[in-house]
Design a protein around this ligand. Structure first.
Ligand code: ADP
Length: 159
């Protein structure tokens, strides 16, 4: 059984993340999308909100589970008997950081391999930070995030 972890902040989850996740779910037996959080660092959304929005966005993906974790990704992966870490690549600018992260994780545990996936070009430029910026400036995020995320964030802005 090939188990993959897709770790990230997902603050909030976007159509780019979901596209990566769908590709991973088609390749591996089980994918755990794992929301990383740090007790001291406050995000835009709470870990609970991020999980709730991911759950609403992955209906129908039966081999995908959602979870949260704190600490080293590699320790979380070991605990869940995962052999693969999924990361997404958008542009050359992601490459240096992602390469360093994957080599650090290999140095910590060589049995767990990082697999990089890319999205369809139409999702390539999307990032959680540009979603937050568009939202904070009153722009329309509906093309960039799943419907559940769009509705939730619009209501949150109004309240
Ligand atoms: P992190 O804070 O760990 O970078 P993110 O939630 O921003 O977490 O992203 C998680 C992973 O998904 C990263 O590997 C990131 O490069 C990838 N990713 C995010 N958005 C996209 C996208 N639009 N296309 C491809 N990969 C993406």
């Amino acid at each position: 059984m090939k188990i993959a972890i897709y770790p990230g902040s997902f603050d909030p989850v976007t159509n780019g993340h979901i596209d990566i996740l769908k590709n991973a779910a088609g390749i591996f037996d089980k994918v755990i999308i794992a929301v990383a959080h740090n007790g001291e660092k406050k995000g835009f959304l709470t870990p609970e909100e991020r999980v709730m929005l991911i759950e609403k966005s992955i209906v129908g993906l039966d081999n995908v589970e959602v979870d949260t974790f704190e600490g080293l990704t590699i320790e979380y992966a070991k605990k869940h008997n995962a052999q693969i870490l999924i990361r997404g690549l958008r542009a050359v600018s992601d490459f240096e950081y992602e390469m360093q992260l994957s080599q650090t994780n290999s140095a910590l545990c060589d049995e767990i391999k990082t697999v990089f996936l890319t999205t369809k070009p139409k999702y390539n430029f999307i990032s959680s930070s540009n979603i937050k910026e568009i939202l904070q400036n009153g722009g329309d995020i509906s093309k960039f995030v799943p419907d559940a995320v769009c509705k939730y964030l619009k209501n949150k802005e109004l309240s």
